[in-house]
Design a protein around this ligand. Structure first.
Ligand code: AMP
Length: 407
């Protein structure tokens, strides 16, 4: 039997197919430009006979997510990977916001669909689109168990003093204003991977995880339970990101509304799409920012310093929150690949116990790799994230509760 993992965006559908046994990846792909005249569907897989990577691509109009789902199944069918949907033991859906309702992955039924819809005001760009994906998958594979895996669920262990803002308490009661946190699937996955690599029980470790991609967030994890995280009620808070501001004085918004006459849509666009690295230096891609900085571009160098300064502040804050840190994990496109960012973030943190080994940090290998000095009290690891694999693992957990594997 197989597990299909689906990540639905407003105009795209990303998917990955796993063999349930051993959760081996069989194929990955995407359908993009849904709703446009020139849609595109792509499938990558390894042929069993020749054992080599194959890519199949198709283009043509893909009117809606239902058609995208058909296209995906037809590509998988033609490649000989999935004769029919009945070969699927389960389908896992990434859902962005589970609010306070969902603390763990759940099998989807009518009540779950309603609850995800009710949470839409908290994630208006994501939850409705995730629902479209779920409904399309249910229409294509009505007999296959569908499982929702929430980006927020891992952070539901945050204590009240970490998730409440300094606002009137009634705003929490009436409008659910609180910190939820995101990237939970990744923080959970890489922290468990780190414990496995260190050969220590997950529950015995205090870990700081830094997921640094186009969106970026940190988490403080005590004994396998997340106790603080940098993203807030929305993914805007915390670290500097590709196009998002991260932390700022909320009075800046009031000032801009009054002095620059900006309305809520303009402020939304400013904070989510025109800020961060892009706002500071014009580029949101860290590779480009580092490349420019290395060529002597002052503005790009400044954006890089601000990015790393913010990282350092969170490493320090979470060290204080945890009291003792056993392991610091870097993950995400930047965390896994940008040695310079890791080096700048850990610079001068020796007194807090973070001692990086420069050579190990520069050395690139596949998989998990330690980059700390042998004398470092804190283990520092680069751990490649794999949210799809983690979703597949959680699907297996939900559909076969008696076979739950804790790792
Ligand atoms: P993600 O959202 O996890 O795919 O990460 C995307 C970010 O990772 C972008 O800012 C990329 O520029 C960055 N990234 C990917 N590879 C590298 C690299 N080799 N060096 C620096 N940044 C990288």
């Amino acid at each position: 039997m197989k597990i299909l993992v689906i990540n639905t965006g407003s105009s795209s559908l990303k998917f990955r197919l796993f063999d349930m046994r051993g959760l081996v990846r069989l194929a990955s792909g995407l359908v993009e430009r849904i709703g446009e005249a020139r849609g595109r569907a792509l499938l990558r897989y390894r042929t069993a006979a020749e054992n080599r990577e194959r890519t199949v691509e198709r283009s043509g109009p893909i009117t809606d997510h239902g058609r995208a789902m058909e296209e995906m199944l037809s590509l998988l069918g033609e490649a000989g990977l999935l004769a029919h949907a009945g070969e699927l033991a389960g389908i896992g859906h990434r859902v962005v916001h589970g609010g306070e309702v969902f603390h763990r992955p759940v099998r989807i039924d009518t009540r779950v669909l309603e609850a995800i819809a009710e949470l839409a005001p908290l994630a208006p760009l994501h939850n409705p689109v995730n629902l479209v994906g779920i409904r399309a998958a249910m229409a294509q594979a009505p007999d296959v168990p569908q499982v929702a895996v929430f980006d927020t669920a891992f952070h539901q262990t945050l204590p009240e003093h970490a998730y409440l803002y300094g606002l009137p308490y009634r705003l929490y009661e009436e409008h659910r204003v609180r910190r939820y946190g995101f990237h939970g699937t990744s923080h959970g996955f890489v922290s468990r991977q780190a414990a496995g690599f260190l050969d220590r029980p997950y529950g015995s470790l205090n870990i700081i995880t830094l997921h640094l991609g186009n969106g970026a967030s940190g988490a403080a994890i005590r004994g396998g339970r997340c106790v603080d995280t940098s993203m807030g009620m929305t993914p805007l808070e915390g670290l500097l990101m590709g196009t998002r501001s991260g932390d700022l004085d909320p009075a800046i918004l009031l000032y801009l509304a009054r002095e620059a006459g900006m309305d809520s849509d303009e402020l939304d666009d400013l904070l989510n799409r025109q800020s961060g690295l892009r706002g500071l230096c014009g580029d949101n891609d860290m590779r480009t920012v580092i490349g420019r900085a290395e060529q002597g571009d002052g503005r790009a160098a400044l954006a890089l310093r601000i990015f790393c300064h913010r990282l350092k502040k969170y490493i320090g804050a979470y060290s204080a929150v945890l009291g003792r840190v056993d392991c610091l994990v870097f993950t995400g496109g930047i965390g896994e690949n940008a040695a310079l960012v890791r080096e700048m973030a850990c610079r001068d943190l020796e007194n807090l116990g973070f001692i990086l080994d420069r050579q190990r940090n520069l050395h690139r290998t596949e998989g998990i790799r330690p980059i700390h000095d042998d004398a470092s009290p804190v283990r520092i690891l680069v751990v490649p994230t794999n949210e799809e694999l983690e979703i597949a693992r959680q699907v297996v957990e939900v559909i076969t509760p008696s076979e739950v594997q804790t790792s």
